[in-house]
Design a protein around this ligand. Structure first.
Ligand SMILES: NC(=O)c1ccc[n+]([C@@H]2O[C@H](COP(=O)([O-])OP(=O)(O)OC[C@H]3O[C@@H](n4cnc5c(N)ncnc54)[C@H](O)[C@@H]3O)[C@@H](O)[C@H]2O)c1
Ligand SMILES: O[C@H]1[C@H](O)[C@@H](O)[C@H](O)[C@@H](O)[C@H]1O
Length: 336
């Protein structure tokens, strides 16, 4: 196959950035068509990029001219389009979360096993970020002793007005749930969510900030501050306290500017700036692997495990208790 012909469903903010990165920057693939659950919107984006538009996303997924699918719709639509891609036997990249609820992720896992072949990659792009990769390499090297504690922060300037408490975990902190599980190489045992004093700057149904506390099966304790209406910058922190050292994620920086008798430094204000290189590496890896006939990234099983932990954290928040994270046993299908 000379070029992977991609059909993208979900032409909102990130969908359009993926069309641009694939068609202008990356190699080996082209977004040749797009569609959206809001049909007319999908058609208008297709016109803007000069690619084929489909009114109905399922027709696009089933079109023989489409080799692989990207699903970048709002979270509740992921299940339908990922299942349709699996039914069509096509590789599918699904933005995180695989689906907001663990039972929907489980249905995807079951459909993929029934198809007999891994087809799904989940959009946890932080695994491709240079800073997280360096942290993982340092932990895996064993040179710094065992990881004991992790202190993390996930700060966004703002989130849309329809956000509620469940999205803080299911949509936002799910990035930490995935990347720290990958970094430490183990699953979670318990989840807990505690509130600080809330800002008045966010949506009315969101208590912000929140602190999620996770423990892994071996007992590593992780705290994550989620503050998604800080009105300031997009700031991601990860500090790992090891037995013999403290490891800190490097902060990608802008230049500092001395002017007007002040030293200043611009800051990232969104994930597209902060993780630009990671998105490119993630999607290039997906294109290469899809052409070669395999999945090389976070799997549907990873997506399921993350939403199981997110559900435990949500329950912990509602009950203000510590909740066990209880996964199904990993099927052999995902062990290879
Ligand atoms: N990996 C990441 O860091 C990352 C970053 C952003 C989003 N995401 C994920 O990607 C998915 C999509 O997020 P998004 O930020 O692109 O959402 P978005 O709100 O920009 O778009 C979502 C949907 O809203 C509707 N919509 C948006 N703009 C519209 C318009 N002008 N007219 C009509 N309808 C419109 C469309 O149906 C569209 O598919 C989500 O699952 C999200 O979690 C991941
Ligand atoms: O969908 C976005 C995206 O995943 C960002 O990377 C994250 O920082 C935001 O909190 C989330 O709302």
């Amino acid at each position: 196959m000379s070029e992977l012909r991609i059909g993208l469903v979900g032409t909102g903010g990130i969908g359009r950035t993926h069309i641009e990165r694939i068609n202008n920057t990356l190699q080996g693939g082209k977004v040749v068509a797009c569609a959206d659950p809001v049909g007319a919107f999908g058609l208008s984006v297709a016109e803007k990029y000069g690619i084929k538009g489909f009114e109905n996303p399922i027709d696009m997924i089933n079109d023989p001219e489409i080799d692989a699918v990207m699903c970048t719709t709002a979270d509740p639509y992921h299940e339908e389009y990922v299942l349709a891609s699996i039914a069509a036997g096509k590789y599918v990249f699904c933005e995180k979360p695989l689906a907001p609820k663990a039972d929907a992720c489980k249905r995807i896992v079951e459909a993929e096993m029934k198809a007999g072949k891994k087809l799904v990659q989940v959009g946890f792009m932080r695994r491709y970020d240079e800073g997280y990769k360096q942290l993982k390499a340092a932990v895996d090297s064993g040179k710094y002793g065992e990881a004991l504690l992790l202190h993390c922060a996930h700060r966004n300037p703002s989130v849309p007005a329809d956000w509620d408490n469940s999205m803080a975990v299911e949509n936002s902190m799910v990035h930490e749930i995935d990347v720290l599980r990958w970094l430490l190489g183990e699953d979670y045992a318990t989840a807990e969510v505690r509130y600080g004093k809330s800002t008045n700057n966010g949506p009315k149904d969101l208590h912000d900030p929140q602190i999620m506390i996770l423990t892994t099966k071996s007992g590593v304790r992780i705290d994550v501050e989620s503050f998604v209406n800080n009105k300031n910058d997009y700031d991601i922190k990860c500090e790992i306290v090891c037995d013999g050292a403290v490891l800190n994620m490097p902060k990608p920086n802008y230049i500092s500017v001395n002017a007007n008798a002040t030293t200043g430094q611009a800051m990232y204000t969104d994930c597209f700036q902060r993780f630009a290189d990671a998105y490119n590496a993630e999607i290039q890896t997906w294109i290469n692997a899809s052409k070669a006939g395999y999945v090389d990234g976070p799997t549907a099983w990873d997506g399921y495990c993350c939403q199981v932990a997110a559900a435990a954290a949500s329950k912990a928040r509602e009950t203000q208790t510590i909740v066990p994270v209880e996964y199904d046993e990993m099927p052999d299908f995902y062990k290879k």
